[in-house]
Design a protein around this ligand. Structure first.
Ligand SMILES: [Zn+2]
Length: 362
């Protein structure tokens, strides 16, 4: 099949489009649509009812170890919980948010016709606050979303917004050619989604010693729910997870920086859900070294991702390759093109060297 490889301008466009796509957990349709278009002709593509997308590499023969490549497609956002008589809308968080980053943000709410309506997370103007209120953080339950309506009837009849409507930050991704940085939303995990698509495209015509199945999984941000279903269908012998991991270089002292912007993809050794198979991890680190790919290692004190679910299903050695995302789980995030490029090179070089004999050593 004639699949064109990624180049820099195509990759930049893909990352921007994926960042701009709107999709909280279970509402990933825009993201899966973009992804499927991108990987068209790289293999057999299927999608299940949970919005999990599977791509079978065209040279898979069912007789070799199966490598699952995972990325999750959802982003953190909100959902409308209730509409008050005055037209203000209560909401719940979908995924992990710190309340400090929510007030006064511009958001998009999807109405029943599929249109995206502009709104803001409302807060009390300082004029109506007491001195004490001005200095303390609001609770999420004190916040609401305002589209400018004055009654519940207007919300219903003019805006067409209903309880259960998905909400995302209203942010358009920018790329700065000079700095090589993207500024946008949802790089957790649209950068992983871009890496998954790019890997499948670049490897489409390569003959490997393993079968490769990409699984773009849904609903990671609400507890890795898509990955639980995906792993049961793929039944992998090995797995590589692509993630956008929170960068720590603005909050940690030098000696503790493990996911700094532009310092290379991060290979996770430990988080609260997985201890990475040390043999597979070493294999990946050696390949990075041989190919002069900068990498960072991380031992996290919290966190979790799809890799844990995959690893626990049948023990498949699993590594996590992450692009550092500054300000993950907030509306505005930075990532570096260079980190994407290095993560892609690392993944491709790992796939080229995997075979049944190597797997037996893990
Ligand atoms: Zn996340």
């Amino acid at each position: 099949m004639g699949v064109e490889k990624m180049d820099k301008s195509k990759a930049i466009k893909l990352i921007q489009d994926l960042s701009n796509a709107r999709g909280i957990s279970a509402f990933e349709d825009e993201v899966t649509g973009l992804f499927k278009r991108e990987v068209a002709d790289t293999g057999e593509i299927t999608e299940d009812h949970m919005r999990n997308v599977f791509v079978n590499h065209q040279f898979n023969n069912g007789e070799r170890p199966v490598v699952e490549l995972d990325a999750h497609s959802d982003e953190v956002g909100f959902m409308i919980r209730a509409i008050k008589p005055n037209g203000q809308m209560m909401f719940v968080n979908v995924g992990g948010w710190a309340t400090v980053t929510i007030p006064a943000q511009k958001v998009k709410i999807q109405n029943r016709n599929g249109e995206w309506i502009s709104g803001i997370v409302s807060s009390t103007p300082p004029h109506f606050m007491t001195a004490e209120e001005r200095t303390r953080l609001p609770k999420t339950t004190e916040l609401s979303i305002d589209v400018g309506a004055s009654s519940a009837q207007e919300i219903e009849e003019i805006y067409g917004i209903e309880v259960g409507a998905p909400v995302v930050p209203d942010v358009t991704c920018e790329y700065n050619e000079q700095t090589g940085l993207f500024l946008g939303k949802a790089f957790d995990n649209r950068i992983g989604t871009a890496l998954l698509a790019s890997t499948m495209k670049d490897m489409a015509n390569e003959k490997l010693d393993v079968d490769v199945v990409a699984g773009l999984s849904s609903q990671e941000e609400v507890g890795d729910r898509g990955a639980e279903v995906v792993v049961r269908k793929i039944k992998p012998d090995l797995a590589i997870v692509f993630e956008g991991a929170p960068a720590d270089d603005t909050v940690m002292p030098d000696y503790l920086i493990q996911s700094g912007l532009r310092k290379g993809p991060m290979l996770r050794d430990f988080d609260s859900t997985i201890v990475t198979n040390p043999h597979f991890q070493r294999f990946a680190l050696d390949i990075a070294k041989e190919n002069n790919i900068p990498v960072q290692r991380s031992v996290r004190t919290g966190g979790g991702q799809d890799g844990a679910i995959i690893n626990r299903y049948n023990g498949a050695p699993t590594i996590v390759i992450s692009v550092p995302v500054r300000y993950a789980h907030t509306p505005y995030c930075f990532i570096a093109y260079k980190d994407y490029e290095n993560a892609l090179e690392l993944a491709k070089n790992i796939l080229r060297k995997l075979n049944a004999q190597q797997l037996s050593k893990f």
